[in-house]
Write a protein that binds this ligand. Structure first.
Ligand code: FUL
Length: 484
């Protein structure tokens, strides 16, 4: 064999060996619970709208007692297209409507109660707000969800088993007549004083057992399998533990729900942060209103959150790995008030402006290691704009860092990080460092990342930024990084 042939054969053998080696580097196995495909789709929605609209809109109350006449419900210029078009333009992906609040008045012509739109002046009793909204949601490409208050201050039989049957029949109407419902919202406020068919008394229920939720959820599942159930304790989405619009800085999508139930007291901190190593994937949803109240009150027209304030809410919800469920209450005309519309549209503008230039996209990205030194897991995957590729480390490696070199000094305001949560939530602690005066300076010491983490960088000037993961439940798997 001459020298050249010899060399060629060595190269061939080497390339076969290295090909084999590449194909041998298997992806990381999931760590702990992972999201269902519906939960994953929900994470990607990020911004959803809540709409509280009912008899309270016309009585100037937050909690109707249940004795209100349906005649009071009279939106004179009702137009669901105006709501949905605004929401679409503002970047919202879903809408959840209060089909029934605690006062028991229902926004669709239910066959099971007279306490409904069918006995109101709205469209001469022929109207159906649930249908109008679900149709408009479809038209504008938003997913449709419902809130059906379990607590019903109107019903005479609230507290007995016949009420639970009634509640289930209403769910049956909602889940068979209004197209796909992506999320079902079960409120934690349950029991107290009310009209109750004229009894005018206080009723308490056993919050843990009265509604027999497992049977109800099974029934809904049999009608529409991919529904996400929200309640204080899940089973698919959990309450964030407050109505201030703030998820925990430490926010695990995992929690152990065994002892949780809707309305259980003193669980706010637990709900806000979740539990590392928890037994179920139940992400927190951040519900908060654009006004002080959940329902419209003329007196609050001057108290609508500013667009800058909405952006702060975005940072404390979406920016902490949760979804924002922002309530916008229509007024007595049945329209979003102009102040709310303006705040939403300017919020959208601010969001776009802040995310105008992603420096990471045009930078060099290097890591101190990647899985099996295989390009499939290279750090460049974090800036390729593909949510399904990721940087991963070898099994057992729980500390690693990567660095973004922008080539020139820039003024930075936000760092966005995303874990590839299909393989579970892993990162427990990380530092952010920037290059200044020929050395690394720590600018943040944080805990979880999850689906998305947005960290304010406060106009720091630097040419290089580094993320050092210091603790994780398994080898880190990061799918995306952006720098603004
Ligand atoms: C609470 C309810 O009592 C409020 O009226 C509102 O619906 C809010 C979203 O949930 O528990």
């Amino acid at each position: 064999m001459n020298k050249l042939l010899h060399l060629l054969s060595i190269t061939l053998v080497l390339s076969i060996v290295s090909c084999k080696k590449e194909s041998e580097v298997l992806p990381p196995q999931p760590v702990g619970p992972v999201p269902s495909s519906e939960q994953l789709a929900w994470h990607k929605m990020e911004l959803n709208a809540f709409v509280h609209f009912s008899i309270n809109t016309f009585t100037d109350k937050e909690w109707g007692y249940g004795d209100e006449s349906p005649q009071l419900f009279n939106p004179t210029e009702f137009n669901a297209d105006q709501w949905l078009q605004t929401l679409q333009e503002a970047g919202f992906k879903g809408i959840i409507l209060t089909a029934k609040h605690h006062d028991g008045f229902v926004l669709w012509p239910s066959a099971y109660t007279e306490h409904s739109v069918k006995n109101s002046p709205f469209m001469d009793g022929k109207g159906d707000v649930v249908k109008e909204v679900s149709d408009a949601a479809q038209k504008y490409g938003l997913k449709f969800g419902v809130y059906l208050s379990p607590w019903d201050r109107n019903r005479a039989d609230y507290g007995t088993s016949s009420y639970v049957d009634y509640y289930r029949k209403q769910l049956e109407e909602l889940f068979t007549n209004y197209g796909p419902v992506f999320e079902m919202w079960f409120d934690g406020a349950n029991g107290g004083d009310g009209y109750y068919g004229g009894a005018n008394e206080k009723r308490t229920i056993d919050r843990q057992h009265y509604y027999d939720w497992p049977t109800t959820l099974k029934m809904v599942d049999s009608m529409q399998p991919p529904v996400l159930f929200f309640s204080d304790a899940g089973p698919d989405l959990r309450w964030v533990g407050n109505e201030r619009g703030v998820a925990g800085k430490t926010n695990w999508n995992t929690i152990t729900p065994d002892t949780l139930y809707a309305g259980k007291s003193a669980i706010e901190d637990l709900l806000q942060s979740g539990t590392p190593g928890g037994s179920k994937w139940i992400p927190a949803e951040v519900d908060v209103s654009i006004r002080p109240g959940w329902f419209y009150h003329t007196a609050q027209d001057s108290l609508v959150r500013s667009s800058e304030n909405l952006f702060q809410l975005y940072l404390t919800s979406v920016g902490r790995g949760s979804n924002l469920l922002l309530n916008i209450p229509p007024d007595q005309k049945g329209l979003f008030h102009e102040k709310d519309v303006a705040a939403l549209l300017v919020f959208r503008f601010i969001l776009k402006k802040k995310k105008k230039k992603d420096y990471a996209k045009e930078s060099k990205i290097m890591a101190d290691a990647h899985r099996g030194t295989n390009p499939t897991y290279a750090p460049t995957n974090m800036i390729d704009g593909n949510a399904d590729t990721y940087w991963a480390l070898d099994d057992g490696v729980t500390q690693a860092s990567f660095e973004i070199d922008m080539g020139a000094t820039q003024t930075l305001n936000y760092l966005v990080l995303q874990e590839y949560i299909s393989l579970g939530q892993r990162v427990q602690a990380f530092d952010v460092l920037v290059w200044q005066n020929d050395g690394w300076k720590k600018v943040a010491n944080e805990t979880t990342i999850g689906y998305k983490r947005i960290l304010p960088l406060n106009s720091v000037k630097t040419s290089k930024i580094k993320v050092a993961i210091t603790t994780a439940l398994g080898c880190p798997v990061i799918s995306n990084v952006e720098v603004y």
